[in-house]
Design a protein around this ligand. Structure first.
Ligand code: ADP
Ligand code: MG
Length: 450
């Protein structure tokens, strides 16, 4: 065994293997750190610092490093380049070593938007807690705090797309939604919406972050979300045209009506309570015994063929394929669509498994399957059933109740007899008719493969 390196005063051998970095003190004393836990490396003269993010017994990732030295400075430099490359790319399908070494890694730069009033107001503190992960992965994070509602939309509308590799939102789904609306308002929206986004859950509604973390089997901690961004690459994410008679909104998560919309929107009053505000507002609503009247029509899913990815085209506007013109929608529904009439006790449609971090609403859903899952209770249910259903949302067991219907679709419309708001990714939308159609993989999000 050739021991060209020194670690904590001992001679060691250091090898880059297909499953990770191996340090060996002797034949028996060998340690391998998986590539999945390696963020990068930095060479300084004869010293090589290898940055890692392993996880503790709760699955929460943290930063750690290993420092090794060699008198052979060229070797130190070579290992720096190779480790940085393998930390980001798949080792097995990697380029040949000589090619990696001739590639100069350009600096990765990202924009980090922080909503200082998201959730209980600790998004800035949360970013400070995870920013070392960006640094260890050699990402230069340019931080901007949002100054008012709508600011993130303005920034996204004016953003130079070439400046940043991706944009991270530290806030709730509402902050990311603002960025998406800004990108879609641009003339070059078709390119702009492909700018990869990232999310660190600093709000009170963090459905997207939770859904992604679950897909890659990580635990739901801010560090793990940061890890997912820096170790990740752009992955397609479905987005939905969501419109009423006058406005079009691009949503990436959910539409809540009835009970959940009321809870979501009413609970703004209880913002100081953080996540608990939803609970307080929900209890108040269950007791009120309110019902919601309307009609849901949808295109039944064709399970035989998989949905094709959205094809980005220059210049054209984003036009839905299945939705009828909204003005005519009241009188008829397209052929082959199905209709359900209320009263509804519950209505929540989502494109991801968790429309909110504590609701496992659609266990089958995936953020890039091209489908929306509408979870409805189209009847009056007793106070007890209503309460039980709500309590089982957290585990996904509500789908086992006979009163609960789960509809898989690519397009639907909702006519409401009331004039209350629905909640689209946590933001308000009004209108008696609302139409939604999903576009598979319209946007991109930074993650390990989903
Ligand atoms: P939460 O999940 O707690 O609702 P979000 O990050 O989703 O947190 O943000 C909620 C809203 O906060 C967004 O709709 C956005 O318009 C608004 N917002 C962002 N920055 C500011 C700010 N500096 N002051 C007031 N409101 C803001
Ligand atoms: Mg989906």
């Amino acid at each position: 065994m050739s021991k060209q390196w020194e670690h904590a005063g001992c001679s060691v051998s250091l090898k880059l293997l297909d499953n990770g970095i191996q340090i060996a003190w002797d034949e028996e004393d060998v340690e391998v750190t998986s590539w999945r836990d390696v963020l990068g490396a930095t060479a300084k003269e004869s010293e090589l610092t290898i940055d890692l993010s392993p996880y503790n017994k709760h699955g929460q990732r943290f930063l750690e490093n290993i420092v090794v030295c060699s008198q052979d400075k060229a070797l130190v430099k070579r290992y720096e380049a190779l480790i940085c490359y393998y930390a980001r790319h798949d080792f097995i399908n990697a380029l040949p070593e000589e090619e990696i070494l001739t590639k100069i890694e350009v600096e990765r730069k990202c924009l980090v938007l922080i909503n200082p009033v998201g959730g209980t107001g600790n998004a800035l503190k949360m970013f400070k807690q995870v920013k070392g992960i960006f640094k260890a992965a050699r990402i230069n994070a340019i931080v901007k705090l949002t100054e008012h509602a709508g600011h993130a939309t303005e920034l996204a509308m004016e953003l130079d797309l070439k400046l940043y590799e991706f944009v991270v939102c530290v806030g709730g789904d509402g902050l990311l939604s603002e960025v998406v609306q800004g990108l879609m308002k641009r003339k070059d929206w078709s390119d702009a919406i492909q700018l990869p986004l990232g999310i660190i859950p600093g709000g009170s509604g963090n459905g997207l972050a939770k859904s992604m973390i679950k897909h890659v089997k990580e635990e739901f901690y801010p560090e793990n979300c940061a890890y997912l961004i820096v170790k990740g690459s752009p992955q397609p994410i479905d987005m939905m045209t969501t419109r009423n008679e006058t406005e079009t909104f691009i949503s990436f998560l959910s539409l809540a009506w009835a009970f959940i919309a009321d809870v979501d929107l009413d609970s703004e009053t209880y913002r100081f309570l953080g996540g608990l505000r939803f609970t307080v507002s929900a209890v108040a609503k269950v007791l009120s015994r309110k019902r919601w009247y309307g009609t849901v029509s949808y295109l039944p899913a064709d399970n035989a063929s998989s949905v094709s990815q959205y094809q980005h085209k220059d210049g054209t506007v984003l036009t839905p394929n299945f939705l009828p013109p909204i003005q005519k929608a009241k009188d008829s529904v397209p052929k082959g669509w199905k209709t359900i009439k209320g009263p509804f006790s519950f209505f929540w449609a989502t494109s991801a498994a968790y429309p909110s971090s504590d609701c496992y609403l659609a266990p089958q859903a995936h953020i890039n399957d091209g489908y929306i899952y509408i979870v409805v209770v189209p009847e009056n249910v007793s106070l007890l059933t209503q309460a039980k259903l709500l309590l089982s949302l957290e585990t996904g067991k509500h789908v086992e109740y006979p009163q609960v219907q789960v509809i898989k679709t690519r397009a639907y419309q909702l006519h409401r007899d009331d004039s209350e708001y629905v909640s689209v990714d946590g933001e308000r939308l009004s209108g008696s008719t609302i139409q939604v159609e999903i576009h598979r993989g319209l946007g991109r999000i930074m993650s390990l493969p989903l």
